[in-house]
Design a protein around this ligand. Structure first.
Ligand code: AMP
Length: 355
């Protein structure tokens, strides 16, 4: 059995966005202190953390100092520069470990990893050179989606492709960077599973949620998902398989397409996930506490859902409706403390209890 971190231990969080903020709140509730590392001034997580380092990921001295000041390091986003990880990893334990980040930072490596596990993904082809375009068309065909292998999020860095001209133009728009061409999946719905694994290899998954996107950004997650019992268990089992294969420690989000032929994996995120925010009001132990439990050697919560929930993201000016929303006593409100309600910016979310 892993020895749990002592009360008052410091949890380092790379990234100070809303996910870091909610991780810091959970850590604080559990008697830990937090230290956030974030290049930007005044990030959401800084309002609720004990310590904040404002420095670039290239600032090796600041990274070393940060790593020396904490007992374990975790992160809230997957695009942490590899040189920054080299520095902190040499000083302090980083969880989830490097292999999970390496796998999910690059869509090609991720798809190869999943395929090797005998899990199903959309047909795909790697594109690095002009010649690869012709080969990719042969393998994947049209309609398809061209995605950058790295640094894509919320539908950014991807284009729908209808023909060869589209493909050439879109690849040029993506500056001929390494991409994957993916077959367009004719899905009936999108679901996701938030799973957790701790240092003793204990695995627990929350129930699959049903996701609706708007303009490439998650709009709502509904629990329970309207899927069959066998789809439900398939989704949970494949999440467990991924967690075990990576020897993973922490919470992970697995995004899936439901098709008439079964489940396809869209992508995995080695961190707490927007589609798991419903757990804050639908479960006794939510995804943020679950993650902190996993990385600090506590037993995991059992993932049980006590309520049906509709999670809705508040994007941009939608946050201005909060006064009206707050009159509904069945609604849990979670705001991120961001100053500008810019278009497309995630400002907060609400969890409406449905039962
Ligand atoms: P991603 O950034 O890969 O999570 O994609 C964002 C959203 O685009 C997904 O949630 C889907 O709604 C849609 N999408 C991505 N890839 C595909 C695909 N191969 N087929 C159909 N829709 C897709």
């Amino acid at each position: 059995m892993t020895k749990p971190l002592k009360q008052g231990a410091v949890i380092g969080i790379l990234g100070g966005g809303q996910l870091g903020r909610m991780l810091a709140v959970a850590a604080s509730r559990m008697g830990f202190r937090t230290h956030v590392f974030e290049p930007q001034e005044n990030p959401p997580a800084s309002h609720v953390s004990d310590l904040v380092t404002t420095a670039a990921y290239e600032d090796t001295e600041a990274l070393s100092k940060f790593a020396r000041s904490v007992d374990v390091i975790t992160f809230e986003f997957e695009n942490i520069p590899s040189e920054a990880l080299n520095i902190v990893e040499a000083i302090c334990n980083v969880l989830p470990a490097r292999n999970a980040l390496k796998t999910s930072q690059d869509r090609l490596i991720e798809k190869e990893f999943l395929t090797n596990l005998n899990l199903t993904v959309a047909p795909y082809a790697n594109i690095e050179t002009e010649e690869d375009l012709t080969q990719a068309i042969k393998i994947v065909g049209f309609p398809s989606i061209l995605k950058t292998r790295r640094f894509g999020y919320d539908g950014k860095g991807q284009f729908k492709i209808k023909n060869e001209t589209d493909l050439k133009n879109s690849w040029a728009k993506l500056k001929n960077s390494p991409c994957v061409l993916e077959g367009l999946v004719n899905f009936t719905k999108e679901i996701s599973v938030i799973g957790a694994r701790n240092q003793d290899g204990e695995v627990v998954c929350f129930d699959p949620g049903e996701n609706l996107h708007r303009d490439g950004i998650l709009h709502t997650t509904t629990l329970p998902a309207n899927i069959s019992a066998s789809q439900n268990i398939d989704a949970v089992l494949l999440t467990g398989k991924i967690l075990n294969a990576l020897n993973y420690v922490g919470v992970m989000g697995v995004e899936l397409f439901v098709t008439k032929d079964g489940l396809l994996i869209n992508e995995i995120a080695p961190r707490v996930h927007n589609s798991g925010h419903w757990t804050q009001n639908g479960c006794v132990i939510d995804q943020f506490e679950q993650h902190i439990r996993a990385i600090s050697g506590w037993p995991l919560g059992d993932g049980k859902r006590h309520s049906n929930v509709l999670m809705t993201n508040l994007i941009g000016s939608e946050v201005l409706d909060v006064e009206t929303l707050s009159r509904d006593t069945d609604v849990g409100i979670h705001l991120y403390g961001k100053a500008d309600a810019k278009d497309g910016r995630k400002m907060g979310h609400i969890n409406k209890i449905l039962n």
